[in-house]
Design a protein around this ligand. Structure first.
Ligand SMILES: *Cc1c(COP(=O)(O)O)cnc(C)c1O
Length: 479
């Protein structure tokens, strides 16, 4: 497919600029460009066709099933987009006087309060722009706490080996040494390994629960107790809250601070690198260190922005990705107190429905009731037929289904991690189950066919490593 720069024709450009209504002045010579300005010149019709064609070559939740484990690619109701597109929100300037931005401040306050209730925290900041950014902010809260108490010998963060890769990366970014502890046989935290790892140098623990293999750690209260008794704090990676929202609260599990990805659980489209949001919540004793200005007061007496007394400063400009927050609030208010636990219950039901049906042929990494996602282990299939998790994933593309997450978590070597989400009807899951079972048979009968998959997709097997390490993101013009 040609790039937009390659399909234009000189003079066909479309310019709808209004007449200039300010005096024209000449730019100083040194600021004038010396090379040709390469703007694509196309009619509106051609532009529209170009982008429609491009959209047809991608796969999104609106095209079909997208069971990408850990990512919660659920359907995002359009009413949330409508709320976020209201002019009262989109045309607001972040430096607008408080008295003219009361509605926006109320949105921030309501969202912070709702998240605090769902997660069992006391305060929230909506500044961080993504999950990893939230982790970084949360760890700075932990660091601020220890530093403020003059407890400077705490230099280590404990992270289980099943953790999302961003956890150790965020800890390292905060200047912490990462202590990785192995998981027990059952995929949960090994309590003895944790007891051995904690000490006077423990700043904290980072944990996802349910963890990345989709299991709820039954020892969670013991885990947070062990860390607290050693003087460390507990950080909850709530990037993906789809199994527990309205059911269980990290605050009640003993966690001191958390982040949650609005662009996973709280219904903001993601996957294409669009704006995200990773709010961070904490217990009251950490609130003084939160970044940015906090909304205080009541709508009746007028809401105000006040900085926290020992704030770590800003982690992002202004109030974070505000329109994503509007979508999350719309989502929370639409579902309400009954709908939120119902959504997580359905997410868990859907995952278990698929898990049980697929375990007719596929081996499960952990053969037990799962939460919102489950991990299949294709090591035996690969050993026997040569067909890998990657081959099966590529094969699924020919069925018009987005593959599950591959090769994560790292503790399962030929992993396919499936998260159907609560927004899929049974028929869609049945089709995917059918496709996966058929692929299993193909692996046994005709492994070569799967080594060559996909056979019908727009592209087959791009050099992913090359694309990540040496991306070519610049177009070179001939003149
Ligand atoms: C997605 C995810 C993250 C990272 O979130 P980003 O917004 O991609 O930075 C961290 N932890 C877990 C468990 C996740 O699923």
């Amino acid at each position: 497919m040609n790039l937009i720069f390659e399909i234009g024709k000189e003079g066909r450009g479309l310019s709808l600029l209004p007449k200039c209504d300010v005096p024209q002045t000449d730019l100083p010579e040194k600021f004038k460009r010396t090379t040709k300005l390469h703007l694509p010149q196309l009619s509106e019709n051609e532009i529209s066709r170009h982008y429609t064609k491009l959209a047809g070559r991608t796969h999104g939740v609106n095209d079909g099933f997208y069971p990408l484990g850990s990512c919660t690619m659920k359907y995002n109701p359009k009413v949330n987009e409508f709320a976020a597109s209201l002019k009262g929100f989109t045309r607001l300037h972040p430096l607008q006087e408080e008295k003219y931005a009361q509605g926006a401040l109320e949105v921030i306050q309501m969202t912070e309060n709702s998240l605090a209730e769902i997660l069992g925290m006391d305060s929230f900041t909506l500044q961080p722009a993504a999950g990893a950014h939230g982790e970084f902010t949360g760890l700075l809260l932990i660091k601020s706490y220890h530093t403020d108490r003059g407890d400077t010998k705490r230099t280590k963060i404990i992270v289980p080996d099943s953790a999302h890769g961003t956890n150790p990366a965020s800890a390292a970014m905060c200047g912490y040494e990462v202590i990785s502890i192995p998981s027990a046989e059952d995929g949960c935290v090994d309590l003895d390994a944790l007891r051995d790892a904690v000490g006077e140098d423990t700043a904290g623990l980072m944990l996802t629960n349910p963890n990345t293999v989709g299991l709820f750690d039954k020892n969670i209260l013991e885990i947070t107790k062990i860390v607290h008794e050693a003087g460390g704090l507990c950080y909850y990676d709530g990037a993906n809250l789809n199994a527990v929202m309205g059911q269980a609260r990290p605050g009640d599990m003993g966690f001191d601070c958390v982040h949650v990805n609005l662009h996973k659980t709280f219904s903001t489209p993601h996957g294409g690198g669009g704006p995200g949001s990773g709010p961070v919540g904490c217990k009251a004793f950490l609130a003084d260190f939160l970044p940015g200005a906090r909304v205080t007061g009541t709508p009746e007496e007028g809401l105000k922005l006040v900085g926290a007394p020992k704030s770590m400063g800003l982690v992002k400009e202004f109030y974070g990705n505000f329109l994503v927050v509007v979508k999350a609030l719309a989502y929370i208010l639409t579902l309400g107190k009954e709908g939120i636990p119902e959504a997580s219950a359905n997410a868990v039901l859907n995952a278990n429905y698929m898990r049980v049906k697929l375990s007719k042929k596929y081996e499960m990494a952990y053969d037990t009731t799962c939460m919102h996602e489950f991990v299949m282990d294709l090591a035996e299939l690969k050993h026997r037929t040569g067909v890998s998790a990657l081959d099966v994933a590529k094969g699924l593309l020919d069925y018009g289904i987005h593959p599950p997450t591959m090769y994560f978590p790292l503790i399962v070597h030929e992993a396919l991690m499936v998260e159907p989400c609560e927004t899929e009807p049974r028929e869609v899951m049945d089709e995917a189950i059918e496709a996966l079972l058929e692929l299993y048979d193909t692996a046994e009968k005709d492994p070569e066919y799967l080594h060559g998959a996909p056979h019908k997709a727009v592209i087959g097997r791009p050099d992913e490593l090359g694309a990540a390490r040496n991306p070519v993101v610049r177009y070179t013009f001939e003149d």
